[in-house]
Structures are given as C-alpha cells and as structure tokens.
Design a protein around this ligand. Structure first.
Ligand code: FES
Length: 208
C-alpha cells in the first residue's frame, strides 16, 4: 500500500498497489490483473486439443512401425503353394470298372483307366501347352479346351496340335493290395522316341 500526499495536510490517502490488489482477488481476476489473456477454462481446452493431437500422431507412428515390423516378419514365412501329395492311394483294382474314372481329376489331376487286361493312370496335362483336357464320355475321347487337341481313351493324341500322347503316372500295389499312384514319376511317349507305355512295368497294372 502506498500513501499519496494531497499537499493540503498531513493526511494521506492510501492507494492500493498491484501486489496488494492481487492478494485478495479471485484467481480468475488475478489472471486478468497480471496480464494473462487466457482464462483457465480456455487453457484446459487448448491443453486437451494438444493432447489429442499428440495421441493421433503417436498412433499413426505406432501403426506405421507395426506394419513395417510385420512386413519384415513376412520375409521369414515365404508363400508356398500347398499342392496335393504326388504319391497317394486310390483304392483297390476292383474299385474301378471298365472305362475312364474321373474321381481323382479334381484332387490329383489324373484319370484312372481300366481296360480289359490292364489298369493305368493318365496324367491330365495336354502335351501341347499344358491345359487340362476334359473326358467326353459321349465321344469316347479326351478333348483339350484350349486349342482342341483330342486323345483317345488311352491318352493317345489323334487330332489337334498335341505332339504326343499324354503321360501316365507310375502305379504299383502296396502291401495291402491298394493302388499307389506317383505323379512325380511319369511314363512318356515322345514323338519319334521310345514309348514307355508298354515297356515300363510301372506304367500299368495287370488286372483280370
Ligand atoms: S494346350 Fe491343349 S491343345 Fe493346346
């Protein structure tokens, strides 16, 4: 508190100083008196906005880092095609009647063909460019949908651009008498070369 001498006498009028005024004022008034232009409520809102912004930025950074980390981990798990086993059992010779059996075409890409004296397994891959032909029962032939090659019931080409017969998968009987097919080993009949269909005993099974 300061005193001001009016010049007319010994009496002086007390003038409140800034400090003394602040002492008894409410905090909001104090903020105004000290020159602060931001009231407390507004300060809180600004702080909340900053906090939200920080949270968004950190969330984005975390998502980015996690994505990159997962992509890094992906290198250790290369994509693999889960293909069916190339060696599998198809049942007993008595399970197959005369003609072409299509039961294993979808799962293993083979037809089981039973003729009067033998049984063999044709690998369903056209020898032109590798499409899978269809068996057409009414015409008694395999027909390739890609460029029209035709094969007879034994898989021998007779029309279209196919240069040779379709291959045959190796077959054998296991200890129980079931037929085991192995499509990783094929018996072929190259054009102008030795045809293995008759000479390779794994090309067929004798049935009666
Ligand atoms: S791929 Fe079969 S005829 Fe061309």
């Amino acid at each position: 508190m300061e005193t001001v001498n009016s010049g007319t006498g010994p009496r002086s009028t007390p003038v409140p100083t800034k400090t003394s005024a602040l002492a008894g004022a409410p905090s909001s008034d104090a903020a105004l008196l000290t020159g602060s232009r931001t009231p407390p409520a507004q300060t809180t809102v600004v702080a909340d906005i900053r906090k939200s912004r920080r949270r968004i930025v950190w969330t984005a950074i975390s998502a980015f880092l996690i994505t990159n980390f997962l992509m890094f981990l992906r290198f250790f798990f290369p994509r693999t095609l889960l293909e069916p086993s190339t060696k599998f059992r198809i049942g007993y010779p008595s399970d197959f009647g005369p003609g072409v059996d299509e039961r294993f075409k979808q799962s293993h890409r083979v037809w089981v063909v039973r003729r009067p004296d033998r049984l063999f397994v044709i690998y369903g891959k056209c020898t032109h460019l590798g499409c899978t032909p269809n068996w057409i029962e009414s015409e008694n032939k395999f027909k390739c949908p890609c460029h029209g090659s035709g094969y007879d019931m034994e898989g021998r080409n007779f029309e279209g651009p196919a240069p040779r017969p379709m291959d045959r998968a190796f077959v054998e009987l296991d200890a129980e008498g079931q037929i085991v097919v192995d499509t990783s080993r094929l018996s072929t009949c190259p054009p102008g070369g030795e045809c293995q269909f008759e000479t390779n005993p794994n090309s067929y099974l004798i049935v009666s």
